[in-house]
Design a protein around this ligand. Structure first.
Ligand SMILES: [Mg+2]
Length: 335
């Protein structure tokens, strides 16, 4: 049980909605990844297929990698401790060998090169992975894909009362595979949005997190959020670039305002994220994490919760237990 003396039932519900919201968005987007964009009259369904092929309700690499992070947070006290980072790095490599049903180009290259470096020189996985990612950026390669933003949500669960610590963790975990600071900045903003949503039940953390970014880039991110609020989600396709993916997700949310009593308060914005097209599962996983953090597990349709599952064997109940274990470990108990 999560200590109810620390968190209200609403906060616990919203925390539970975060990883589940991401997983359900992922599974809802899987059938339509890189397929022709769904028109407004078509309802996305968890029918599987896609690039995997996936079973109905099965989530993909986005949630598989988020689970690697979540398990490390479950197992270690310091979210950025060498032990937690190393477990995450090792889990990414295990997943790459055994569980990756599909994988982004940039992440595949980093993990493959890391395996080779470890085979030749030994050493720590997280350190080798980070070094490879930073070198990719230093050499001027494109390395600002959406692959770190898609997996970042569990970090918020380990930092509910520590926004600065969360920003540091978001950037650090992004750098494991994504050396471009843009990817880290997107993770910082989205993690703070999720944390704020869980704690306060509003989306105010999306802009509220701008002060966590370096001053020189705040104006640029403000303009990107303005654009997301102005243009429809499909405007940002292709959305493999981390900035476009965040804009598509935020656009899907702001263009589908729902109130507390709406039965579609989870499904409407997440379906809109799928209809953004292109990297549908990733945009819906990113949006789904924040929408789940805003409205809670109780807002996610039961049919989604019944169907969702994936590597390495989680269903909704298991993802819920994983969330509870992270909260228990990272909550400061009152004396
Ligand atoms: Mg995917």
């Amino acid at each position: 049980m999560i200590p109810s003396a620390v968190f209200s039932p609403d906060v616990i519900d919203r925390a539970a909605g975060t990883l589940l919201g991401a997983a359900c968005g992922d599974a809802l987007g899987v059938p339509y990844e890189f397929a022709p964009r769904l028109t407004e009259d078509r309802t996305p369904e968890m029918v599987g297929g896609g690039l995997g092929p996936y079973e109905p309700g099965e989530y993909s690499d986005d949630t598989q990698m988020a689970v690697c992070i979540a398990e490390a947070l479950r197992d270690h006290d310091g979210p950025r401790s060498p032990e937690a980072l190393e477990q995450t790095g090792r889990s990414f490599l295990t997943w790459f060998r055994e569980g990756a049903s599909d994988i982004g180009v940039q992440t595949a290259r980093i993990l493959k090169d890391t395996e080779r470096a470890l085979a030749e020189h030994g050493g720590g996985a997280a350190e080798a992975m980070t070094r490879r990612s930073e070198r990719m950026f230093e050499e001027g390669e494109r390395c600002a894909g959406n692959g770190s933003l898609m997996r970042t949500a569990p970090l918020a669960l380990a930092h509910l009362d520590d926004r600065e610590g969360l920003a540091e963790s978001a950037a650090r975990y992004s750098r494991l595979t994504h050396g471009d600071p843009l990817a880290a900045q997107a993770c910082v903003l989205w993690c703070e949005a999720i944390r704020h949503s869980i704690v306060h039940g509003t989306y105010d953390g999306v802009r509220g997190g701008l002060d966590l970014l370096p001053p020189s880039v705040r104006g640029g991110w403000e303009a990107r959020l303005d654009k997301a609020e102005k243009e429809p989600p499909s405007f940002f396709a292709p959305n493999g670039f981390v900035v476009s993916a965040l804009q598509a997700a935020w656009s899907a949310i702001v263009h589908n305002p729902v109130d507390e009593s709406s039965p579609d308060r989870y499904a409407a914005p997440v379906m809109a994220a799928v209809r953004a097209g292109d990297d549908t599962d990733t945009v819906a996983a990113i949006a789904g994490a924040l929408v789940g953090a805003r409205w809670g597990r109780s807002a996610i349709p039961a049919s989604y919760l019944d169907a969702v599952h994936g590597w390495p064997g989680y269903r909704a109940a298991g993802l819920g237990e994983l969330t509870e274990a992270i909260l228990r470990r990272h909550t400061r108990h009152p004396a």
